[in-house]
Design a binder for this molecule. Structure first.
Ligand code: PMP
Length: 472
């Protein structure tokens, strides 16, 4: 049996949580019985629960706490900014120091845009979802401003993850985010997932599979009519859909199709940005030159909510001309570029530079990938171990040779997560019982060893339980 939940004591914080809190992405009935895991504090790559037990955070919270769960410099940056100017906005041309500095730093660090020139300007929001909704509205506005009012449809991918607001959830390509909410909205289409392990056909090479993905994209654009397709949203490496690393030639082929039909590319760097894939941007790992880039999470190492939309000069000029021809770009959030969040992000980017976050990921990433392969590559409960840089997935399978998945109703991944808690590791299960590993980027080799050790014990325990139930 999965480790039993501790009984909830009356009036305890757990009981009050159950009484008053409505949790995101949570089975609310089960939660009422099992109660929360209450995290009380954090330090480095670990968090500690309210009983003082430590857990290695194998997913950096939600793929975001890149500098781990403690950092005095970020605390100092926030405190200083709160004292100086706790809030100001950016509407109607207002500005402040942290917004200016962070905009400049992001443009300096951004990958090259479509066409090979540097990225041009930065717009701020508070979450990945808001950044993607903003990018979509910019594109719709751009096409109105440039006299192409029919060019509005958008393509993303099955298993892509772009957030949960109405447009972002529509772009997301996971059934659970759609059918329960009457989504996607009209005009959003999902193309093939570039996951060779599952989607590749008998006898097909990875190269040929990449060509087929690009052919599928082209067929979709032609079916809908190139004059009506505005953009594609995509993560360089898919994260929440199961850490799907595309074939080597995939992005070159996809971009060739997008350019042929003047379809903009929005690179969703919400997970990949800031070193995760072993380059500063996932775009650089895969030679992607986007029209728009969205980022969040590691932008502030998750210490405060902030996201950014970085646009090419072509996009900016369209928006700027639009102010004159069709009316001001009427979009923005109260907290767009919030000074405290922006000051923390500025400090975060300085720390990344000083510690050479990319160099660190290039050193520890391959070590982590090798350690996961060594521990799980031949495990009887594991189908595929995949990843790049410091992001990976271990896919659980009842029949590794047959590349089969468990019945989702058996909730095998969530059961493993419970075993992880028992062994002192926070794990995250993604669709297809793929356990995503995306630790704080500051993780060092001996912490990788400890993470893989604890993870391994959890998988071994689950294997014993499933054997008992004759499920594997
Ligand atoms: N894009 C990607 C690639 C993400 O992984 C996420 C969050 N996991 C989002 C967008 C949405 O971000 P948020 O939860 O901050 O809205």
């Amino acid at each position: 049996m999965t480790p039993p939940a501790t009984p909830i004591r009356a009036n305890s914080p757990a009981a009050r949580d159950v009484a008053y809190a409505l949790h995101p992405y949570t089975d609310l009935r089960a939660h009422a019985e099992n109660g929360p895991l209450i995290i009380a504090r954090g330090e480095g790559v670990r968090v500690y629960d309210d009983q003082g037990r430590d857990y290695i955070e194998s997913i950096a919270g939600l793929w975001c706490a890149s500098l781990g769960f403690s950092n005095d410099r970020l605390v100092a940056a926030a405190t200083k900014q709160m004292k100086e100017l706790p809030f100001y906005h950016a509407f109607t041309g207002r500005s402040h120091g942290p917004l200016i500095e962070l905009s400049e730093m992001l443009v300096e660090r951004a990958p090259l845009a479509n066409g090979g020139a540097a990225m041009s300007k930065v717009f701020f929001a508070n979450s990945g979802s808001e950044a993607n909704d903003t990018a979509l509205k910019m594109i719709w506005y751009f096409n109105n401003a440039t006299g192409r009012p029919l060019k509005k449809k958008v393509i993303s991918r099955v298993k892509g993850y772009h957030g949960v607001t109405i447009a972002a959830a529509s772009l997301t390509g996971l059934p659970a985010n759609h059918k329960l909410f009457d989504l996607p909205i009209a005009g959003i289409f999902h193309t093939t997932t570039p996951h060779f392990y599952h989607e590749g056909q008998e006898g097909e090479t990875e190269e040929a599979f990449a060509t087929r993905c690009a052919d599928d994209l082209e067929a979709l654009i032609l079916r809908e009519g190139p004059d009506t397709v505005a953009a594609m949203f995509a993560e360089p490496v898919m994260g929440a859909g199961g850490v799907i690393v595309p074939p080597r030639t995939y992005w070159a082929k996809m971009q060739a199709v997008l350019r042929k039909y003047d379809v903009m590319l929005v690179a969703d760097e919400v997970i990949c940005g800031f070193g995760r894939t072993g380059s500063y941007w996932g775009c650089q790992t895969f030679d992607i030159t986007p029209d728009i880039l969205t980022c969040a999470k590691a932008l502030s190492s998750a210490f405060l909510p902030i996201s950014a939309v970085v646009v090419s000069d072509r996009v900016f000029q369209g928006l700027a001309d639009g102010s004159k021809t069709i009316g001001t770009f009427g979009h923005g959030f109260t907290y767009s570029g919030h000074p405290v969040a922006a000051a923390v992000a500025v400090e975060t980017l300085k720390i990344y530079d000083e510690m050479d976050i990319v160099g660190h990921a290039q050193r520890v990433g391959p070590y982590m990938q090798a350690a996961l392969k060594a521990r799980f590559g031949a495990h009887p409960l594991v189908g595929e171990v995949r990843g790049i840089g410091m992001v990976a997935a271990v896919e659980l399978s009842p029949d590794p040779a047959g590349r089969k998945n468990f019945d989702p109703a058996a909730k095998i991944g969530p059961r493993l997560v419970k075993y992880g808690e028992k062994h002192g590791i926070i794990l995250r299960s993604t669709p297809g019982d793929s356990i995503a590993i995306s630790p704080p980027l500051v993780m060092v080799e001996n912490e990788v060893d400890e993470m893989v050790e604890r993870f391994g014990r959890a998988v071994d325990d689950l294997a014993v339980e499933l054997r008992r139930e004759s499920l594997a």
